[in-house]
Design a binder for this molecule. Structure first.
Ligand SMILES: Nc1ccn([C@@H]2O[C@H](COP(=O)(O)OP(=O)(O)OP(=O)(O)O)[C@@H](O)[C@H]2O)c(=O)n1
Ligand SMILES: [Mg+2]
Length: 404
């Protein structure tokens, strides 16, 4: 066994010495068996949340109604969930209440896919009652037992299946895929935030285009915000070689394919409940990439976009043009790096300087003039030094140029 499991072994040992069972479960065991990078280590135990809290001095209640307690130990934190069955399901969403049980097998039985229903004890021994290891070897996503039952317990699992296609490059077992087609409509009941978490993992996965094909084939896309009836536009996305794009760039590509105007793009992202900051970043990427389709970057565009957006927008532009060459990203970033200023606060003059020189109170004229100076500095019309700018302004106004 290796990290991060090794550091978590004492957590399991402590639960065991208090008389309970405890195992590693979920994605960490799956990713370990796959030889992939392991994110969070999840632990399942026969101890109830109160019993867990009595054993560890530092805990946080993060999902006590679902039986999950966060244990803080030596700079690490571990989610410990009591073995449970999920009892009565309401409206195809996760149940409000769960029943705690003392039996590992029953806990594994209520999990979504066989590859996710494997437990590992503190010695590294695998407990795999549903043959998840074979599924992992065969790279197949198969529900534990009846797919319809599993999807009716929590319809989000259908999206999880598709995101695992993208992330792990697995395929979906026949019966599981049939149930996905049949039950896709149940996704209507699922909170957008939960759908978004899965969709974003799908957008970032290595096999994202195959996952999009499955969204189309199963009609799952019909139950995702803003994608209803957009089959042809989603198909357009499949024509691009987009593996190099990150999550935000993928959102921007999707917006491009959907051919939405600025206002509708914003509404689309809002409907997915994206944080406002990310919405703005995605829209900027799209804006500059579209501009790039028409012309080269101007120095002023580079300046207003900033390095992160330049990189993303140029990457998206290359994808839209089908150009497989990263040199232009480097070229424009390098041009950006050599700009004389990166933001207005770096201008050698301030609004107060100009008001004093002009002996004039502030107003819209001042904002316009500062923008004009920014342009002039960026175009090397004038050096970014106070005296030089003062002279330039004087010469400029003598020539009675506009905005001088
Ligand atoms: N709707 C869900 C969500 C989760 N699980 C179970 O809970 C585990 C942990 O869930 P989560 O951390 O959300 O997903 P992971 O499979 O661990 O994937 P990731 O690596 O992305 O965390 C899953 O492996 C699965 O056994 C489930 O049965 N049904
Ligand atoms: Mg996990």
């Amino acid at each position: 066994m290796k990290e991060p499991f090794l550091s978590a072994v004492p957590v399991i040992k402590r639960l065991e010495s208090a008389g309970y069972e405890a195992y590693f479960v979920g994605g960490s065991v799956r990713d370990y068996l796959l030889g992939n990078k392991i994110s969070d280590v999840d632990i399942a135990t026969s101890a109830t949340p109160d019993e867990v809290k009595a054993i560890f001095p530092k805990t946080v209640d993060i999902g006590i109604q679902h039986g999950t307690v966060l244990v803080l130990l030596k700079n690490n934190s571990y989610e410990i969930t009591t073995f449970r069955t999920e009892g009565e399901y309401q409206d195809f969403r996760r149940p409000k209440e769960v029943s705690f049980i003392r039996n590992l097998n029953e806990d594994l039985m209520r999990r979504d896919f066989t590859m996710n229903a494997i437990a590992m004890d503190a010695n590294g021994s695998i407990i795999d009652p549903f043959d998840g290891q074979t599924a992992i070897k065969e790279r197949v996503i198969r529900t534990v037992g009846s797919p319809e039952e599993r999807f009716r317990e929590d319809a989000l699992r259908m999206m999880r299946a598709v995101r695992f296609v993208s992330q792990l490059s697995f395929h979906i077992a026949g019966e599981t895929l049939l149930a996905l087609k049949k039950d896709a409509h149940l996704l209507d009941k699922i909170a957008v935030e939960r759908k978004r978490a899965e969709f974003e993992k799908l957008l970032s996965g290595d096999n994202r285009k195959k996952a999009f094909r499955i969204l189309l084939e199963t009609q799952v896309f019909e139950y995702l915000p803003g994608l209803k009836n957009q089959e042809l536009k989603i198909e357009k996305l499949l024509s691009y070689l987009c593996d190099s794009l990150n999550k935000k760039e993928m959102w921007a590509l999707l917006l491009y394919c959907l051919e939405l105007n600025q206002q509708d793009s914003e509404a689309f992202l809002r409907n997915w409940r994206l944080p406002v900051k990310e919405m703005k970043e995605i829209q900027d990427i799209l804006l500059y990439a579209k501009q790039r389709l028409i012309k080269d970057w101007s120095r002023y565009d580079l300046y207003t976009a900033g390095s992160e957006t330049i990189q993303s927008a140029e990457k998206l532009y290359l994808v839209l043009k089908g150009i497989n060459d990263y040199d232009s990203v480097k070229y424009w970033l390098n041009t950006y790096d050599h700009l004389p200023i990166k933001q207005r606060s770096e201008l050698a003059v301030t609004g107060s300087d100009i008001m004093a020189w002009r002996e004039q109170a502030g107003g819209p004229w001042l904002k316009e003039l500062l923008t004009r100076i920014e342009h002039a500095v960026l175009q090397d019309e004038v050096v970014n030094e106070k005296e030089k700018i003062k002279e330039w302004l004087k010469a400029c106004s003598q020539k009675s140029e506009k905005n001088c």
